[in-house]
Design a protein around this ligand. Structure first.
Ligand code: GSH
Length: 206
């Protein structure tokens, strides 16, 4: 049985939940108090962040590393249309795909920073670093808009790049952390996969 250290609204956890749903792999969620995490979680994950995955004796953390693990360990699963991409990045486009993936990761990390500081009453007006975070999101979104197509980053498949993008953008909408709409290609991707079961069933709600 797969166990997943879990956050119901966490966009990083959502990435893994989408992958598990795509691969039709059942899992047991383990919820925890991040301010007071249990010893077994800390022993398995020095980053002290969710998600973390336990699969038998294997412990994996970092959302995209978990996605890679699942794709490699449970390859060929999934019946969605278009089909789930077979790998984190395409071997024949690996540097381009890694750039896109790390840009989406940085976008989401900036969004999370803005959200966490806002909870403490600190916004871009108070902290120049947060203004830079906000500027960074807009620059990244403009760059991603140029790299994407209305059929996703890898037309003909539901790629891990699409999965990452959708989690970042829908979470930004949910938490109102940064604006991204008005970019027609990114909007088309979110729309294209909006009713896919793995996306629909994991969308954050209050
Ligand atoms: N790079 C990590 C980021 C994960 C992350 O930041 N998770 C948040 C929850 S959404 C967390 O655990 N925060 C707790 C903390 O920062 O102490 C990943 O991709 O898994």
């Amino acid at each position: 049985m797969i166990n997943l250290y879990f956050g119901a609204i966490s966009p990083y956890t959502r990435k893994v939940r989408i992958m598990l749903a795509e691969q039709e792999l059942p899992f047991e969620p383990i919820t925890l108090d991040l301010l007071n995490p249990p010893a077994d979680f800390l022993a398995a994950n020095p980053n002290m962040r969710i998600p973390a995955l336990l699969d038998g004796d294997t412990q994996i953390f970092e959302s995209n590393v978990i996605l890679d693990y699942l794709l490699q360990t449970y390859s060929g699963r999934g019946t969605g249309t278009p089909p789930l991409g077979a790998a984190l990045v395409r071997p024949d486009h690996q540097w381009e795909d890694w750039k896109i993936l790390s840009t989406i990761e940085t976008l989401l990390d900036s969004g999370l920073n803005l959200f966490q500081f806002r909870k403490n009453g600190i916004g871009p007006q108070q902290a120049p670093y947060l203004q830079r975070e906000l500027d960074r999101t807009q620059r990244e979104l403009d760059w991603l808009e140029q790299k994407a197509t209305p059929e996703g980053f890898v037309p003909g498949s539901f790629s891990v790049l699409d999965l990452n993008l959708i989690c970042a953008l829908e979470w930004a909408d949910f938490r109102q952390t940064f604006a991204w709409r008005g970019r027609s290609t990114l909007e088309a991707i979110v729309e294209l996969f909006a009713e896919r079961e793995s996306i629909r069933s994991t969308r954050p709600t209050e």
